[in-house]
Structures are given as structure tokens and as C-alpha cells.
Design a protein around this ligand. Structure first.
Ligand code: GMT
Length: 379
């Protein structure tokens, strides 16, 4: 198949999923055309066979108060469909991508020699729970979901939420996110670990885009409580609006030297593999891809019990979940895990097994393959 993937190029989960999935299809021999405003964050090697990148060009014009993203994407997509005989457009995120995909599908109808592509839309989370429910985008989001040939959601939670909160009537297929468990794996690297923690210290990790929904200051507060009872360090990986507040809070709590802010970068697997525990304190998370990638590296996860996280983390089996904002309970669980080697080993082993057995690419990619086949348009 010739597949066009419309995605966010920034560090968020939907762009990561779109990129990794596209690369899996390219490895299977399909031609994959990524369409975005910049090279996607996780697309670190453009020389991979069957992989193409098409840049969406924006025009800033004084009459427009902001760039007309959907229209620019639809134009680029239409060119890509014409030039590369696209069978499937996979839009990751409802507005603007599914909207642009539908528009391109409509525009291409005038080309007599062109194939008409099927549109598959994957809902990731905030495209429904935040952006989609805002009255500015509600009707367009509903339209884009309803009109896609097939719509999928990354968790049962998100599928149910889309039906109940948005009033969407059409079937939403649940296809969970996957992880490349050969890249994200348990790999001791004492030299790397030495850079961030002394041998007798525990290493906690958090990765996100530091937006309000991630509640990153809670991560710092949990770490402060852990540090009261044991030698520990914290790696804060990623960047975003709340990073400065976290930095300030860690200074106020006198954690300064024990918290490292590493910024945002695509290859996090090496760092995840040297950690002891992952903290995820979000108030919204339709899936929690980062928890899955962490589990594949054999780390227990302490997380908020919200959204789709319980479909990934199993309480008392691969980590612990607590009420949103319950910093004390999360810190108590973190301390319990880090003080008890047998418990840590049990959770770590189960985390890795769950990631491999339930969420491997080998089981998830065929689900999308079946969906693409179903969405193919009649000649
Ligand atoms: O909203 C974000 O955090 C970014 C967002 C995205 O679209 O990039 O992430 C969402 O999609 C990820 C991949 O499917 C999920 O793992 C995240 O849970 C989800 N985020 C939220 O629901 C907040």
C-alpha cells in the first residue's frame, strides 16, 4: 500500500505513535509518506527504505490572524495523493489532521486518473478531551470523526469518552498503542547510570512535554518525599510550559543538585533502561505511551489512576496507581518499591512481560493492517 501519514511533528505521543507505526509499515514493504510541518520528532533516519517526508508549507498573510493549517495540509496532501498514488491517509489527531484528510479526499475526486484514498483517523486524547470539546472545534471534530472511513482510539476509555461526551454514534475501533520491545528493553549501562546517580542512590524518571495536564510539579513533590528517606536522584526529561516552575520548586524544596532537567530528545530508551522507577502524575492521559515504553524497559510505574492508564499499568502487578494529586500515596508507593528489592523485581519483570505480551508491534501492527484493508476504497 501507499500510505500517507498526517501527524504532529512535535514531541507529543500522537506524533511518536504515528512515526513508529509508519516505520513499522515501511519495514513491511509499504511506501510510507509522512506529511507534517517539520520532520517528525521520532523520525531520526530519513534514509530508511520506503520512507518519505513531505513538508507542509504555511503562508503567513496579514489578513489571517493565524496560519491556516488545515488548508495548507489539505493542499500538500492532495499533491502527495496525486504524485504517489496514495491508498490510505492515516490522520493522527482529529482536528486539524482528520479534517485536512477529508478535504484532500474530496478535492482529489476531480482527478480522473487518481485513486481515491480511504481515510483512517486515530484519536489520541486531547484531540477529543480538550481541543475537541472546546466549542471552537466541537462541530468540526464531530464531523471529522463521523466522516472518516474508519476511526480508531488508542484505548477503550477514549472510545467510550468520545461516544458519551461528544455524542459520536459511529463505531470506534480500539487499537492500543504499541512498543518496539527490542529497542525499549532492559539494558544495564553502568557507565551511563554513573553520570546521573551514585551506585547507592535510586534513580527516578519522568518524561513529558511539561504541560499543565502532566502535573509535573507533583513529580517534584513526590521526589522530595522519597529523598527524605533514601538517597535518590530524579531525571526530568522533556520540555514545555511548566518546566521553569518545576525548576523553581525543586530549588525551593532544596532538591537542586538531585534533579536533572535534560530537555527534549527522541532516543529516550537508553535513559529509561538505567532508571529504577517511573512517575506519571497526569490529570488526563488517554493511554500513557511513555508508561508503556518504560514498562518495556523493565521499570515499575507509579501513576495517577485516570483515563486509559489502568489499561496499561496493572495495580500491584506492574506498578501502583493512586487518586489524582495524591502525592503522599504516590510517594509511599515509590518508597515501598524502592526499599524492597523483591517487590521491585516482581513489578519490573511483570512490567516487561506485559509490554511484550500485550503491546508488542507484532500484535498491534496487524490490527492496523486489517483496518487499512477495510478502509481501502473501491476502484
Ligand atoms: O496530549 C498529549 O499529551 C499529547 C498527546 C498527543 O496527541 O501527542 O498524547 C496523547 O496521545 C498519546 C499517544 O496515543 C497517549 O499516550 C497520551 O496518553 C495522550 N495524552 C493525553 O491524553 C493527555
Amino acid at each position: 500500500m501507499n500510505i500517507a501519514v498526517l501527524l504532529h511533528s512535535t514531541a507529543g505521543g500522537s506524533g511518536v505513535v504515528a512515526t513508529e507505526l509508519g516505520l513499522s509499515f515501511a519495514k513491511l514493504g509499504h511506501q510510507v509518506h509522512f506529511v507534517a510541518d517539520h520532520i517528525p520528532f521520532r523520525l531520526t533516519d530519513l534514509t530508511e527504505p520506503n520512507v518519505f517526508f513531505h513538508k507542509v508549507q504555511h503562508m503567513n498573510y496579514p489578513l489571517f490572524s493565524a496560519p491556516l493549517t488545515t488548508l495548507a495540509e489539505a493542499s500538500k496532501l492532495t499533491e502527495v495523493i496525486e504524485e504517489h498514488d496514495i491508498d490510505i491517509i492515516h490522520a493522527h489527531y482529529a482536528v486539524p489532521h482528520a479534517t485536512a484528510a477529508l478535504m484532500a479526499k474530496d478535492m482529489i475526486q476531480t482527478c480522473v486518473t487518481c485513486k481515491i484514498p480511504g481515510v483512517v483517523t486515530t484519536l489520541h486524547g486531547t484531540d477529543v478531551t480538550l481541543v475537541g470539546l472546546d466549542s471552537a472545534y466541537l462541530r468540526t471534530t464531530q464531523y471529522s470523526i463521523e466522516k472518516s472511513d474508519i476511526t480508531t482510539a488508542v484505548s477503550q476509555y477514549l472510545a467510550d469518552y468520545t461516544s458519551s461526551e461528544m455524542g459520536v454514534k459511529k463505531e470506534i475501533h480500539v487499537v492500543p498503542n504499541s512498543v518496539d520491545s527490542s529497542r525499549f528493553t532492559q539494558k544495564a549501562n553502568p557507565e551511563l547510570r554513573k553520570r546521573y546517580a551514585h551506585p547507592d542512590e535510586k534513580l527516578l524518571i519522568h518524561i513529558s512535554n511539561f504541560r499543565e495536564v502532566k502535573r509535573t510539579p507533583d513529580v517534584i513533590r513526590i521526589f522530595a518525599k522519597v529523598s527524605e528517606v533514601m538517597g535518590a536522584r530524579l531525571l526530568m526529561i522533556g520540555d514545555g510550559p511548566d518546566r521553569q516552575d518545576c525548576l523553581q520548586l525543586s530549588n525551593e524544596l532544596h532538591l537542586g543538585g538531585r534533579v536533572s532537567f535534560l530537555g527534549s530528545f527522541p532516543r529516550v530508551e537508553e535513559l529509561l533502561a538505567i532508571g529504577d522507577l517511573f512517575l506519571l502524575t497526569s490529570s488526563k492521559e488517554s493511554f500513557g505511551l511513555v508508561a508503556l515504553e518504560t514498562m518495556a524497559c523493565g521499570l515499575p510505574v507509579v501513576a495517577s489512576n485516570i483515563g486509559g492508564i489502568p489499561e496499561v499499568v496493572v495495580h500491584d502487578e506492574t506498578g501502583y496507581m493512586h487518586d489524582l494529586g495524591d502525592v503522599d500515596a504516590m510517594a509511599a508507593s515509590a518508597i515501598k518499591i524502592l526499599q524492597d528489592e523483591t517487590l521491585h523485581e516482581r513489578l519490573a519483570t511483570a512490567a516487561r512481560s506485559r509490554a511484550v505480551n500485550t503491546f508488542s508491534e507484532a500484535s498491534i501492527v496487524p490490527m492496523y493492517e486489517a483496518i487499512y484493508n477495510q478502509a481501502l476504497q473501491p476502484k
